[in-house]
Design a binder for this molecule. Structure first.
Ligand code: NAD
Length: 404
């Protein structure tokens, strides 16, 4: 019998030796990658020793939940995630059609998972479109609840859109085209600061050297510009003893980190940052971004190191975290035992690190690196990797488990 992970008042995660971890295999390719991943997780935990074991608890969400319960996200599943604090899931299909909610969005909203966290690093010899993918080693913290993704939109010609257009004219004197669709971009100090706070804390906990705030504050002064300002504020107010801004570092210390300071806080305008991650990726470590910038940046960075099949992620809130691959359920590949299970396996490594089982996390990452080096890989990598052999999803999972 497993026990629940607990979270202290100040947010510390306490993991028992035999934690209960809720999981959703997911839709489409989800069950294929989950079978491969669970085997890797269990083997890693046993090999790492200490008498630890996971008590896996399957919970329902997505297509399977809809068939069995009539609801894509049953309340019982949400309750289990709240109770056990840490969960892992496969991808869930969002049916196309009016009025059908995305389970992924509903999970983030209901549990207030305000940070989407995606580490991006290179596993040689995964095929990459750039010359030096090994220079990329970044953790992206994307704000998950605000910005144009808050879902406040009205279609063109709707009474609401017309009312907002009239109000905008009254308040600003600016005339918008009458048949415009309208979307609202809310960004708050609360939402921005808690995201930047998590990014800074992560950087300090993992001996990272910089946090970069990525924004379009030059154009959107009170939303994106606010994000930049509030980010610097949280750094100065809550971490002032160990952080220094890039401007201070150069203006007052000639670029040499003063004693006692550990972390440089800098900011970049989003368009320039897309150039920077290609031209000077080793200058960047932890990134904190508003929702839309973060969405674009995390996919662009994933492509830079070899694509979606290797990209892990997590959605994290206050005392609750769900780990998941960045890719979707790829229905066309479902049930064929062919896709790459690495993304969900690396998401598991993030989960173990979050639980404080750093030894297990490190073992899993090393094993994925070793397995890729054998060049016995799934189709997504095999097609472009010289001298490689095609293996199935389960064979690649076994390859990783054997490398543990
Ligand atoms: P997708 O990520 O499922 O597929 C995009 C491409 O990536 C496909 O060509 C696919 O073959 C490839 N791919 C994806 N995962 C792979 C893997 N593990 N190994 C090898 N190749 C892989 O994106 P999509 O087709 O836009 O979306 C399909 C469904 O997934 C939609 O219903 C969408 O809403 C959902 N989705 C869910 C999540 C989530 O659960 N977090 C995320 C994204 C999309």
């Amino acid at each position: 019998m497993g026990e629940a992970i607990t979270v202290t008042g100040d947010g510390q995660i306490c993991t028992p030796k035999n934690p209960v971890i809720p999981f959703v295999p997911g839709d489409g390719i989800g069950p294929d990658i989950w079978v491969a991943a669970q085997k890797v997780f269990d083997t890693a935990v046993v090999r790492a020793g200490g008498g630890r074991a996971i008590d896996w608890l399957e919970i329902k969400a997505g297509e399977k939940a809809l068939k069995e319960t009539g609801d894509t996200l049953p309340e019982a599943s949400l309750d289990a995630i709240r109770t056990y604090h840490v969960a892992i899931k496969g991808p869930l299909t969002t049916p196309v059609g009016k009025g059908i909610r995305s389970v992924n969005v509903a999970l983030r909203r209901t549990l207030d998972l305000y940070a989407c966290v995606r580490p991006v690093r290179y596993f040689p010899p995964v095929p990459s479109p750039v010359k030096h993918p090994e220079d990329v080693d970044m953790i992206v913290f994307r704000e998950n609840t605000e910005d144009v993704y808050a879902g406040i939109e009205w279609p063109k010609d709707s009474p609401e859109a017309r009312e907002v257009i009239a109000l905008v004219e009254k308040l600003s004197g600016r005339k918008l085209r009458e048949d415009s669709g309208i979307g609202i971009k809310p960004m708050s100090p609360f939402g921005s600061k808690r995201l930047v706070r998590m990014a800074i804390q992560y950087a300090l906990d993992h001996s990272r050297t910089s946090v970069t705030l990525v924004h379009k504050g030059n154009i959107m002064k009170f939303t994106e510009g606010g994000f930049r300002q509030w980010g610097y504020e949280v750094a100065a107010e809550e971490f002032g003893d160990v952080t220094i801004t890039e401007a201070e570092l150069w203006e007052q210390h000639n670029g040499v980190m003063p004693a006692g300071k550990k972390l440089v806080i800098k900011d970049r305008i989003a368009d320039a940052m897309f150039q920077q991650v290609l031209l000077n990726p080793s200058d960047y470590s932890v990134l904190a971004l508003p929702n839309l910038n973060g969405d674009y940046m995390s996919d662009a960075l994933a492509a830079q190191v070899g694509g979606l099949g290797m990209a892990p992620g997590a959605n994290i809130g206050k005392g609750v975290a769900i780990f998941e691959a960045t890719h979707g359920s790829s229905p066309k590949d479902a049930g064929q035992n062919k896709v790459n299970p690495s993304a969900v396996i690396l998401s598991g490594a993030m989960m173990f690190e979050y639980m404080g089982w750093n030894d297990v996390a490190a073992m899993i990452r090393k094993a994925v690196a070793k397995a890729v080096q054998t060049r016995r890989v799934t189709f997504d990598l095999q097609a472009q990797m010289e001298g490689s052999t095609l293996v199935s999803c389960s064979e690649f999972g076994d390859e990783i488990a054997a490398a543990l």
